[in-house]
Design a protein around this ligand. Structure first.
Ligand code: NI
Length: 514
């Protein structure tokens, strides 16, 4: 039906645009008479026929890897090289995370559509089809390019900020509340969930979730359409332009050929060195927790693991880090309720099986400002493993957590605290600091909430890292008392990254100051 709508639009376009040659001449600015109204289904983003985009080419990647077939395609639009680079990074990341996260991976295919072309703006929607031993599922993501800044943008950058994303999240939950199968409690204002936003031809915001993301896979594509009126106050300047331009199609569209950063003549650099736009770091390696190369907070839905309002190095601040290993477990949501009640933050060192079983709890941990960190797939003594085996224990958990939350973890904890030079070298290479602990509650051995609470509280000191496990109900039961007493004693309960500040990959940390 989408094809039909696009085809109809093209027919109308052909009838209206009598002199396409003229349009080609003035490629940088389109006047109103070269535009026609976009048409299409109200629950879908506008689709622009690629033939309307001057010089559009397709990049592909086809190969077989580890028994899985990879078929990736994305567009290369002239004068939008930073967008093409971003699409390459993002598709490569999706492929490697899919393969790492799914031992039964059979095929991943990615295809594309152009959703908006307008003055200084382009929108691209990627469709990802993943097939593993459980069958196929479809996912979507949308990327934007703002030619005025020369930067690619993520879907949530159509919104003015995190608060606006939170408001949108509320509207979406209301809209989906009565929809069968949808678990609205699993919908949080994070980029990984809101990675496909765009406008339909009427200028309404289309929000779409991946199959299986907020409802069972067989529910299919879950989406919400937010009225133009409701969404207007939430949009960034880019979002406003995207909304406007999604309502029209432009013949012989082309972006201006400019190097946006410096003021020298437009023609000097052209697209030769687009990633040098501005002297700021271009979007760096995909492992970066900050996907567009900007700082935390710049992209709505990319959440900081440290709170700007807490400074653990200040003399009058007593920070302590609660850490919970081997989960998530069935009791973890209750633990999260307790932490939220006291505005306490914690760090969760998660393992492979529990992450697969309780993926939405990991999503909640991240969404509520806690830190998620890597505790291996199967919890082995890493000292007994080869370099490749250690990597094989860490990479799948990195991929699983990133697929669920969008977050690239920076910390790991070796099971039993057991580590050696090989573990140090692999974790350094993977960008993960090794976090041990300074206080062991032995909660796995002594299944008594009173004893666990007493140990955690009586031994606490500023800068401490306290080890617990959120797979034991006695530990879950101990937490209200721990959090309450530590609060009374003036402690701020923070994430590891907040406690330690910047950490060095591969290095071991037992407490603050190491
Ligand atoms: Ni453990």
């Amino acid at each position: 039906m989408r094809l039909a709508a696009t085809a109809a639009a093209v027919v109308v376009l052909a009838a209206c645009s009598s002199e396409p040659e003229d349009a080609q001449q003035s490629s940088t600015t389109q006047s109103a008479d070269e535009q026609i109204e976009a048409t299409g289904a109200p629950d879908q983003m506008t689709v622009v026929d690629p033939s309307l985009v001057t010089g559009l080419a397709e990049k592909t990647r086809t190969e077989e890897k580890g028994g899985a077939q990879i078929d990736v395609a994305y567009p290369a639009i002239p004068n939008a090289a930073p967008l093409t680079d971003q699409l390459k990074r993002s598709t490569n990341r999706e492929v490697s995370d899919f393969l790492d996260a799914n031992p039964g991976a059979e095929r991943i295919a990615m295809s594309w559509e152009v959703t908006v072309t307008g003055e200084d703006i382009v929108g691209v929607r990627l469709t990802r089809e993943e097939t593993d031993s459980r069958g196929p599922r479809t996912a979507h993501s949308t990327y934007w390019y703002d030619a005025t800044s020369g930067q690619p943008a993520f879907a949530t950058e159509l919104l003015a900020g995190q608060k606006q994303l939170e408001t949108l999240n509320k509207l979406v939950k209301e809209e989906l509340a009565d929809q069968e199968g949808v678990d609205t409690a699993s919908i949080y204002p994070i980029l990984r969930l809101y990675d496909s936003l765009g406008f339909n031809p009427r200028g309404e915001l289309v929000v779409e979730f991946d199959e299986g993301q907020v409802a069972p896979v067989d529910t299919g594509r879950v989406h919400a359409v937010i009225s133009a009126e409701d969404v207007a106050p939430l949009l960034s300047e880019l979002g406003k332009r995207a909304q406007e331009e999604a309502q029209v199609l432009t013949a012989d569209f082309a972006l201006p050929d400019t190097s946006p950063s410096v003021s020298p003549s437009d023609s000097s650099a052209g697209s030769a060195s687009p990633s040098a736009a501005g002297s700021s770091t271009p979007s760096e390696p995909p492992a970066s927790p900050s996907p567009s190369g900007t700082t935390y907070g710049a992209v709505p839905g990319v959440l900081p693991v440290n709170d700007d309002e807490v400074d653990c190095s200040a003399a009058d601040t007593k920070c302590v880090a609660l850490t919970f290993d081997d989960g998530p477990g069935g009791g973890t949501p209750h633990l999260l309720d307790t932490l939220a009640e006291y505005d306490a933050k914690a760090t969760f060192f998660v393992t492979g099986g529990p992450v697969r079983e309780h993926a939405r709890i990991v999503r909640r941990e991240y969404a509520e400002g806690h830190e998620v960190a890597n505790h291996t797939v199967k919890h082995p003594d890493l000292r007994t493993l080869s370099t490749a085996q250690i990597r094989g224990e860490l990479a799948p958990v990195n991929a699983l957590v990133r697929r669920e939350t969008g977050y690239s973890m920076e910390l790991m904890r070796p099971p039993y605290g057991a580590t050696n030079g090989t573990v140090a070298s692999v974790t350094k290479d993977m960008g993960l600091a090794q976090i041990i602990w300074s206080i062991d509650t032995n909660d796995w051995r002594d299944r008594d909430a009173g004893i666990v609470a007493d140990r955690a509280v009586s031994r606490a000191k500023p800068g401490a890292i306290i080890l617990m496990h959120d797979i034991h109900s006695t530990t879950i039961d101990a937490v209200p008392s721990i959090v309450e007493q530590l609060s009374q004693q003036g402690y701020t309960m923070v994430t590891i990254s907040e406690l330690l500040g910047d950490t060095d990959p591969g290095k071991r940390y037992f407490k603050a100051g190491d």
